[in-house]
Design a protein around this ligand. Structure first.
Ligand SMILES: Nc1nc2c(c(=O)[nH]1)N[C@H]1C(S)=C(S)[C@@H](COP(=O)(O)O)O[C@H]1N2
Ligand SMILES: [Mo]
Length: 243
């Protein structure tokens, strides 16, 4: 199943998808040719690469950049707005939170691994932001509701958590990573970071948080991934004690 991940991901955004595949094939050959120098070769190409092809390859820091929609508008923090709907049933009004509103809430730092279901992993990434539980409490969300859904301002990607998962102390509305802002490529200015689960749960370009009557399978889950995407004890999965 983990093989599935890259293929639809790359093929979705044609014609970019086609170029990306061709680019990866080309760089694969380059990798064979230069052996251990491939990483510096890729880094060099990346800085000159207007197509973004090489941004999908492991680069500095080990992340790969994923988007199922192609490039997403670069929203500055000053223009950012997060729409939070506090109840699925009472009709309570949605609340809009600015980046400054998020910055004024209690800040939490998590240092945890990032694990993509396709196999790449980045250890001990520092994330900062506001615990999702603190955001939900701040807007007076109905914490007895069954689930929380998330929407991306890319217009396509969705995710969902049970309320119990959403209230965990290792689930963050992230406004920073690696001691800086979250870049547009990484889903900034605000993304979700769900530490105990595979990275596909960590929705980029977070636009909406909606208290929901049930878990609604997300983008990749419609394509076959587990809705409960626990990584395991190594990153605080549900069988590990919450720290
Ligand atoms: N909106 C959106 N969020 C997303 C994705 C995406 O394509 N679009 N990809 C997911 C997957 S599969 C991974 S591995 C991570 C990649 O995050 P990165 O691009 O910052 O490395 O984002 C997750 N969140
Ligand atoms: Mo992923």
């Amino acid at each position: 199943m983990s093989e599935l991940h890259d293929n639809p991901e790359l093929e979705r955004g044609t014609p970019v998808g086609r170029r990306v595949v061709l680019g990866m094939l080309g760089l694969g050959a380059l990798g064979l040719a230069v052996g251990s120098r491939v990483n510096s070769a890729v880094a060099t190409v990346a800085s000159k690469d207007p197509t973004g092809i090489t941004s999908l390859l492991p680069g500095a820091g080990g992340f790969r950049y994923y988007t199922v929609t192609g490039p997403v508008d670069d929203v500055p923090a000053s223009k950012y707005s997060l729409k939070v709907t506090p109840s699925a049933t009472t009709g309570a009004k949605s609340v809009s939170l600015s980046f400054a509103d998020l910055a004024a809430l209690p800040q939490t730092t998590l240092v945890k691994d990032v694990q993509c279901v396709t196999g790449w992993r980045v250890p001990q990434v520092p994330w900062t932001g506001v615990l999702l539980s603190d955001v939900l409490k701040h807007v007076g969300a109905d914490l007895s509701a069954p689930a929380v859904s998330f929407g991306s301002f890319d217009g396509t990607y969705t995710e969902s958590l049970t309320m119990a998962q959403a209230l965990r102390p290792d689930v963050l509305v992230a406004t920073g990573m690696e001691a800086g802002p979250i870049t547009n490529e990484h889903g900034g200015p605000v993304r979700l970071y769900v530490a105990p689960m595979y990275f596909y749960k960590s929705l980029k370009w977070l636009g909406t948080i909606t208290v929901a009557a049930g878990v609604e399978p997300g983008y990749w889950e419609h394509l076959g991934y587990d809705t409960d995407a626990w990584v395991g004890a190594s990153n605080g999965g549900h069988e590990a004690p919450i720290q």
